[in-house]
Design a protein around this ligand. Structure first.
Ligand code: PEP
Ligand code: MG
Length: 320
């Protein structure tokens, strides 16, 4: 029975009306990538590389990093692996990289802003990623991008470091859409990036101006808020217009209801916790995607997330 379950989970997720979506996993390290493969993940949609840098006295060496990235690639047996460059600042800190205390760290020098300000850290990480064997399976993803200048700065370093090593085959370089400005400018990002992945945790936080860690606001900081959904819809449309692959790697991809809205908005991939992969694949297989895509636009102009949750919940309950 275990073998049969594994075989079913391993198959692609094709909706009732014949649309294939990739269901990938979010992981922190190579052992979680192994779990993801066991669960039938079609790839790694997000490897949060910062876990390799946290809870230690100094930054990992280039060789330590390369070994971890390589292990994640091997764990997925040929399936694509998206590794995110270091995303530090705001909720994540490094003891060996003291940052000045600022009033609003979530709006400060974090993510790609921090990495572009600490070129040594960025270069070491890019060198380690360039040293990975099988660059065709590796995709590099840049967090907290505001506009194309953030992407260009990383691409320039990547190209210089590759040229120094005589490397001609570069891994794909994509961006996270988690800042409202990036969603609003998704077309220009999609023109220059090799792929987009929507980070719904931060996109929700920044769109609604509600701290993702705030317990009082937790009930309202919901990805199904129509304003957030409209930014996601814009992002997907812009990506489509540029023939650019677009995934989702925030928690919404595995949310009991939101996964369906994201699928209906037309994303190519849902990246979820390894333990959710098989369930989300099974849910997708019973979904009539085009029927939901017809119902969805009316909900994008509702007043609040609660109303969308209830409309979507009713629709899914009645569709089975
Ligand atoms: C996100 O913001 O949705 C995301 C996937 O990144 P993190 O949760 O690591 O900030
Ligand atoms: Mg984020």
């Amino acid at each position: 029975a275990r073998h049969e379950a594994r075989t079913a989970a391993d198959q692609p997720a094709v909706t009732r009306d014949g649309v294939t979506l990739e269901v990938a996993a979010n992981v922190a390290d190579a052992s979680e990538a192994e779990q993801a493969y066991e669960q039938g993940a079609d790839g790694i949609g997000l490897m949060r590389s910062e876990f390799l840098f946290m809870a230690r006295e100094s930054a990992p060496t280039m060789e330590e990093q390369r070994a971890v990235y390589q292990a994640a690639i091997e764990a997925m047996h040929g399936r694509p692996v998206i590794i995110r460059t270091l995303d530090i600042g705001a909720d994540k800190a490094l003891s060996y990289l003291p940052l000045p205390a600022v009033a609003n760290p979530a709006l400060g020098t974090r993510g790609v802003r921090l990495l572009n300000a600490h070129g040594g850290l960025l270069d070491d990480q890019l060198r380690a990623l360039l040293a990975v064997d099988a660059p065709e399976r590796l995709r590099i993803m840049v967090p907290m991008v505001t506009d194309v200048t953030d992407l260009r700065a990383v691409r320039q370093r990547l190209e210089i470091l590759a040229a120094e090593r005589g490397i001609t085959r570069l891994p794909a370089l994509g961006v996270m859409i988690e800042v409202p400005a990036a969603a609003l400018s998704a077309a220009s990002l999609a023109r220059e990036a090799d792929f987009l992945s929507i980070g719904t945790n931060d996109l929700t936080q920044y769109t609604l101006a509600m701290d993702r860690e705030d317990a009082v606001l937790a009930g309202r900081a919901d990805v199904l808020h129509p304003a957030v959904l409209r930014l996601i819809a814009m992002t997907v449309e812009a990506a489509r217009g540029e023939d650019c692959w677009v995934g989702v790697c925030g928690a919404a991809a595995g949310d009991p209801l939101a996964w369906a809205a994201l699928a209906a908005l037309g994303v190519n991939e849902l990246s979820v916790e390894p333990a959710r992969v098989a369930e989300i694949k099974a849910e997708l297989r019973s979904l009539d995607l085009s029927a939901l895509a017809k119902a969805l636009p009316a909900w994008l102009t509702l007043d609040e997330a609660r109303a969308v949750r209830s409309a979507l919940g009713d629709w899914l309950a009645n569709s089975n």
